[in-house]
Ligand binder design. Structure first.
Ligand SMILES: Cc1cc2nc3c(=O)[nH]c(=O)nc-3n(C[C@H](O)[C@H](O)[C@H](O)COP(=O)(O)O)c2cc1C
Length: 363
């Protein structure tokens, strides 16, 4: 059996232990379908989708291939209940769900009863232990260098910590982009790798060219740093004028950003004007923490400006530090084939056929 057939490929029903993670506005049906066709396993990013959009995206993935796929969501999104129902309705093809701060044990039991695997992403040992207690089937461990919301422990430290602590298959994330990385993760004892930024930087990604240019331009990992300015939680992003303004701006600027984002998000989610007005007046009364809450609720709009509208300086650019070492936009097919070939070469180099023979002879 090939070293690339692992408990992950068996559980998810894919050819290679390579997961394309969910990325809001980025992991759409095209990216997910390209990933499954190339032998990986892709997650649709439903956390920023209306229920109708999710239905339409699932229909596109279903039509593109026979392969199973995953859906990512957050319990704090307004349509979480409808998303859960929708996922369960498509249980014949949705093989797994991923989430961060996740659903309760009852919701997890609903997925498991439907035969859907629960595969949360965690950034700390205690969160991995808790997730397994709640019923997770597979854990994705994201080290600090990873994109989007992220913890503070690097992948090389967090991965063995979690591998030692849990019995379910563990997938390594945060900083992966190559076959060397996949071989290394397998050598650690992981069941595979999961990548976000590397898939964002492909020709199958829906991100507009103007924005992708920024991802290609950044060459210093230190310029891709974690900041709490967007929603109060550490989120790794590429430095840009908008992020600096957010970090350096006073209360009024932050309130204005929160309000304008809230207005745009309201139009997309159908949030009522009364709800918005209530949030506005409580924000004025309570100051910074309430503004932070508003920013968190409306962060998708700020990300959307860069990732969908192609205005990289007017939104934020969530990214892993790995973007600093990526200088090309291959297709997903080329990417996965390259990673697989390199991983096989690395694994053969570590344990060449003739070495085994030598050991056998001298033993
Ligand atoms: C642009 C972008 C958007 C993201 N959006 C989400 C999301 O909606 N849900 C989620 O669970 N994780 C999200 N993440 C985190 C990724 O799924 C993944 O865990 C992370 O990118 C892995 O690190 P890497 O970028 O070094 O590969 C996002 C990451 C990026 C770069």
């Amino acid at each position: 059996m090939s070293a690339l057939q692992t408990p992950l490929t068996a559980a998810l029903g894919c050819r290679y232990p390579i997961v394309q993670t969910a990325m809001g506005w980025v992991a759409d049906s095209k990216l997910v379908s390209a990933t499954s066709k190339a032998g990986g396993f892709g997650f649709l990013a439903a956390a920023v989708m209306s229920t109708e959009t999710l239905e339409a995206e699932i229909a596109r993935v279903r039509a593109a291939s026979e392969a199973p796929f995953g859906v990512n969501f957050h319990m704090f999104q307004a349509n979480a209940d409808a998303v859960i129902d929708c996922v369960i309705k498509h249980r014949d093809r949705v093989r797994a769900v991923s989430y961060g701060r996740g659903p309760d044990a009852k919701t997890i039991a609903r997925f498991k009863d439907a035969g859907i695997l629960c595969m949360p992403t965690v950034g700390a040992l205690k969160h991995a232990e808790k997730a397994v207690q709640l019923g997770a089937d597979i854990i994705t461990v994201q080290g600090a260098e990873g994109g989007g919301h992220t913890g503070s422990v690097p992948t090389t430290l967090l991965l063995p910590q979690v591998l030692d602590a849990v019995k379910v298959p563990v997938v390594a994330a945060g900083g992966f982009h190559s076959g060397r990385g996949l071989a290394g993760a397998l050598a650690f004892g992981a069941a595979g790798i999961a990548m976000g930024t590397r898939f964002l930087m492909t020709s199958d990604s829906p991100v507009p060219a103007e924005t992708l240019k920024r991802y290609l331009q950044v060459k210093d990992p230190a310029q891709i740093r974690a900041s709490t300015a967007l929603d109060g939680l550490p989120q790794r992003m590429i430095d840009n004028p908008f992020l600096l303004r957010l970090e350096n701006g006073g209360l009024l600027r932050r309130l204005l950003v929160a309000l304008s984002s809230a207005w745009a998000w309201r139009q997309q989610t159908g949030m009522s004007v009364a709800h918005m007005a209530k949030t506005f007046f409580s924000a004025i009364g309570e100051g910074d923490s309430a503004i932070q809450t508003m920013m968190a609720a409306n962060a998708p709009v700020i990300i959307q400006r860069a990732m969908v509208d192609g205005r990289p300086d007017e939104g934020v650019l969530p990214s892993g530090q790995v973007a600093a070492v990526i200088d090309a936009l291959p297709s997903v097919e080329q990417l996965i084939a390259g990673i697989v070939a390199e991983a096989e070469a690395c694994l053969a180099h570590i344990a060449p056929q003739n070495q085994t023979t030598t050991f056998a002879k001298t033993a």
